[in-house]
Design a protein around this ligand. Structure first.
Ligand code: NAD
Length: 451
């Protein structure tokens, strides 16, 4: 493993980025487009180097990244242009030409989580480049090979005077956070997000927090159970459920719960029918032990799975039925291939969801459009996918972000540019405006208002 960046290196890089931003170089649209194209090549040339199943890499890291870069190149002028203020009226609009321009915030710090180590660093970077910012990237120390790969590729492809990467764990992050940045974009847990927010507050640095949570899924009695089971099982299988948007637990209406559990089991078997090679492993021993402890303490009924291979950190897709809210499996975000099933009505599920921190994602499987609308209206979440899982995050140019405990701020498409920009109002009132506005100068006289 390569040594982590030293404080001296971090300080030098920080200084270089500040100077580059001050030079105005990254504000040029030509520079932004050039860097976006270079980023596209960085991904395209190296997509085979990721150490996970190529299909999962393509579906979750590569396709989204390349698509987002192309959208940014295509719409860069439109998404960054200065606009007239809508409805500013004669005085401010016509006479004074009120405009809003998007100015890049400056030097951004981008901190990523380990579960999509390339995507969660490079996708915020797309937005930072498009906004005209300089960026310092710090991938998660847990995904060592991706961190090392990015460390090698970033200077090969990108402008090193404006975009740099440093490596390290909590102590390097703590040092980074002692420096002043103009924006911090953090993806990770809500626990560490509190440390990030507190450090940012010292410099009044604005922050985007992309966090996780306990993504609930409601399956109602009118749902297509086969479809629900297939998709929910997939959400827990892919990346071994180590996805911020994954299904955490299922609320199944009692009328269909038996059938749902049986079909979930069927689809788990299907996904493992060629052996367990397609199933991702748990990231490290700490998380492996955390998950197996939660499972061992559960009072629910393990109806499928539960097998482990500690040496490989493998946990078979596991369904635990008859789970209740006070169960160990409901005590935190699972982030693993264990699926608790809680049997209750959709109405009770909504009450339960509202008694918990707002989730990043909510999934509803139902055939009743009125009921779907009611559930959406009665709850709050970062996003919603109906009769499927996770797909709302893949909608090009739609905002992706959380609410409440799942974070704040958003990115993807133009929303990312907004996160790295300051919307600056520019007004140029003509000199003769005083002929109209002279009455506002003291000494005041009410007579001047009698036009
Ligand atoms: P984490 O919070 O442990 O780590 C995230 C980042 O914080 C890493 O870069 C890490 O180096 C840094 N960090 C760790 N300790 C630190 C400290 N003491 N001070 C400063 N920085 C520190 O999260 P994780 O385990 O990498 O990822 C899992 C979490 O991330 C889950 O909660 C998941 O839901 C969430 N997540 C959210 C999204 C999203 O887009 N909303 C995407 C992926 C993961």
């Amino acid at each position: 493993m390569a040594p982590y960046s030293t404080e001296k290196e971090i300080l030098e890089i920080h200084e270089i980025l500040k100077q580059t931003f001050a030079s105005g170089r990254t504000k040029e649209l030509a520079w932004r487009k050039w860097q976006l194209k270079q980023l596209w090549w960085l991904v395209a040339d190296n997509e085979d180097h990721l150490n996970r199943h190529p299909l999962e890499s393509m579906a979750s890291d590569i396709a989204g990244l390349k698509g987002d870069i192309l959208e940014h190149i295509k719409h860069l002028e439109k998404w960054t242009r200065t606009v007239k203020v809508d409805g500013a009226g004669i005085l401010f609009g016509t006479l004074s030409g009120a405009k809003i321009r998007k100015d890049p915030l400056g030097v951004a710090l981008i901190l990523g989580a380990w579960n999509f180590p390339i995507l969660l660093i490079l996708q915020p970077l797309i937005a930072a480049i498009s906004a005209g910012c300089c960026a310092l990237l710090k991938p998660s120390e847990m995904s060592t090979s991706c961190s090392e790969l990015l460390d090698e590729l970033v200077p090969q492809y990108l402008d090193t005077s404006a975009i740099r990467l440093v490596t390290g764990g909590p102590s390097e992050s703590t040092f980074l956070l002692s420096l002043r940045f103009d924006k911090i974009f953090f993806t990770g847990s809500s626990k560490i997000a509190r440390i990030i927010s507190a450090a940012a507050a010292k410099h009044l640095t604005p922050v985007v927090l992309e966090l996780g949570g306990q993504g609930p899924t409601i399956v109602t009695k009118s749902a297509d159970i086969e479809l629900a089971a297939r998709r929910i099982s997939w959400a827990k299988f892919t990346n071994a459920g180590q996805i911020c948007l994954s299904v955490n637990h299922v609320f199944a209406e009692p009328e269909i719960a038996d059938k749902l559990v049986e079909r979930l089991g069927y689809w788990n078997e299907q996904y493992l029918s060629q052996g367990n090679d397609d199933m991702c492993r748990v990231i490290n021993d700490r998380n492996f032990n955390r998950l197996t402890d939660l499972l061992d303490c559960s009072k629910g009924q393990t109806v499928q799975g539960g097998q482990r291979i500690p040496a490989e950190r493998y946990i078979a897709p596991t369904i635990v039925d008859h789970v209740t809210m006070d169960d160990s499996l409901m005590s935190e975000e699972l982030f693993g291939p264990i699926l608790p099933v809680l049997r209750m009505s959709a109405k009770d599920a909504v009450t339960t969801i509202n008694s918990m921190p707002s989730p990043l994602a909510l999934y509803i499987f139902s055939g009743d459009t009125n009921q779907i609308d009611w559930i959406i209206n009665s709850t709050i979440s970062g996003g919603v996918t109906v009769n499927n899982v996770m797909l709302h995050a893949a909608v090009p140019n739609a905002p992706f972000g959380g609410v409440g405990e799942a974070g704040y701020g958003a990115y993807h498409g133009p929303y990312g540019i907004d996160s790295f920009s300051h919307r600056r109002v520019i007004l140029q009132p003509p000199k003769w405006l005083d002929k109209l506005m002279g009455f506002t100068y003291p000494p005041y006289s009410m007579k001047s208002l009698k036009w």
